[in-house]
Design a protein around this ligand. Sequence first.
Ligand SMILES: NC(=O)c1ccc[n+]([C@@H]2O[C@H](COP(=O)([O-])OP(=O)(O)OC[C@H]3O[C@@H](n4cnc5c(N)ncnc54)[C@H](OP(=O)(O)O)[C@@H]3O)[C@@H](O)[C@H]2O)c1
Length: 287
Amino acid sequence: MRIAVIGANGQLGYDLVRVLSEDHKVIGLTHKDIEVADYKSCEVLKDIKPDVIINTAAYHNVPACEENPDKAFLVNAIGARNVALIARELNAIVVYISTDYVFDGMKRMPYDEDDTPNPLNAYAISKLAGEFFTKYAPKHYIIRVASLFGVKGCRAKGGLNFVEVMIQKARKGETIKVVNDVYMSPTYTLDAARTIKLIIEEKLPYGIYHVTNQGVVSWYEFAKAIFELLSWKVDLIPVSSSEFPSKIRRPKFSALVSKKLPKYGIQMRHWKEALRAYLIEKGYLQG
Ligand SMILES: NC(=O)c1ccc[n+]([C@@H]2O[C@H](COP(=O)([O-])OP(=O)(O)OC[C@H]3O[C@@H](n4cnc5c(N)ncnc54)[C@H](OP(=O)(O)O)[C@@H]3O)[C@@H](O)[C@H]2O)c1
């Protein structure tokens, strides 16, 4: 297949290019090559004539989205629409990367693909709108991921992810306070990329898929696991999220589970195994 990856130098995009290139012709597009918010710019896809377009592009710094909802909608929603319209014209499959943040957290149990979204902030609303616009393309996959960590680091977070932030703070000898009342599904981008590859290759029915490592954990427990795996003694303190007051509403529970993937024999490993693999890949741990 010819597969175009938008956001190819991003955290997830980088792993998608790595994994898909093993068996397919991959055309990686960075922000310099395409501006998803601009339909004319998206026409570059018409020259590439891909069978599959994977759209990882996002404006996803949550506080920035709250400050600039117009930009959040332009990139995350209108961008998804532009890409989906071109996919429809090319009769290509479009894959839109969405988020656990489409849910409000009230369920207090992992959300599956049939649960009803109720986004709480501008970022989340714009991503849910992007999901709807993606449906312009009859052949579409909406892939919800969560709490990503990958070797490339998140460009929207200055090339870091939560694991790297923890490691940096520990190296500086800081006392680290982490919230112990917000739960999620940490997800290794390499595992997410492998699963997305399978979804496409196995021609799973079009629609929504939750693609996260297994398990539910608070950010504090996740940080604790990082340092336990590294055997580092760190001054790590669990705190309530009320210690970090913010005007931005976020779900306090946004773990995801897939009830669809196991039906097709696809099971992602537990986040702790994935974290170990990440630490090895980064060279922090011996394999
Ligand atoms: N990171 C997480 O924890 C997380 C959690 C849930 C869902 N997600 C979703 O997962 C996806 C990938 O996240 P990630 O961590 O890989 O993010 P990332 O590292 O910031 O990568 C995003 C990529 O998209 C590009 N991009 C941004 N705006 C664009 C635009 N308007 N047009 C074209 N390209 C644009 C970025 O390029 P520049 O940096 O050069 O602008 C970058 O290459 C996003 O859709 C995000 O909403 C992420």
